[in-house]
Design a protein. Structure first.
Length: 138
């Protein structure tokens, strides 16, 4: 991937990271506000549901925050745009759509197929090995 494209991706990732940090801050302040308010039974139940919903959103934001941070680290180390499984380049089109992705389209598709199979308690690292095995046999 060209330096200009990587610089553009880094700017997009940084912008998204800043937006996520602001959203997380707002969610956390909303949860504190809900927790601090005295409430009647029905209102308390609504507050609990709202708090659970905000917690789920907060977890998703933290997961995305982690993915973006890792993508920025890959940019700094020069490994951005390289598939974690097969080591081939990830297409610019895919990176434009999913800038924090670590998998090329082919490996992502294989991982998704493997994850749809009964897992029998497989760990993500084991799925990665199976994906690599199927990639090397082609």
């Amino acid at each position: 991937m060209k330096a200009k494209s990587i610089k553009k991706m880094k700017a997009q990732l940084t912008q998204r990271l800043e937006a996520l940090l602001k959203r997380i801050e707002l969610l956390e302040s909303g949860m504190r506000t809900l927790d601090e308010r005295p409430a009647e039974n029905l209102e308390k139940a609504n507050n609990e549901v709202s708090t659970q919903f905000l917690t789920i959103l907060d977890k998703r934001n933290f997961a995305e925050l982690q993915e973006i941070s890792q993508a920025l680290a890959r940019i700094d180390t020069g490994t951005y745009g390289i598939c974690d499984v097969c080591g081939k380049s990830i297409s610019k089109k895919r990176l434009t759509i999913l800038p924090a992705t670590t998998l090329c389209h082919k490996c992502a598709r294989k991982r998704n197929l493997l994850q749809k199979l009964p897992s029998y308690g497989w760990e993500d690292s084991e799925i990665r090995v199976l994906t690599q095995m199927s990639s090397s046999s082609e």
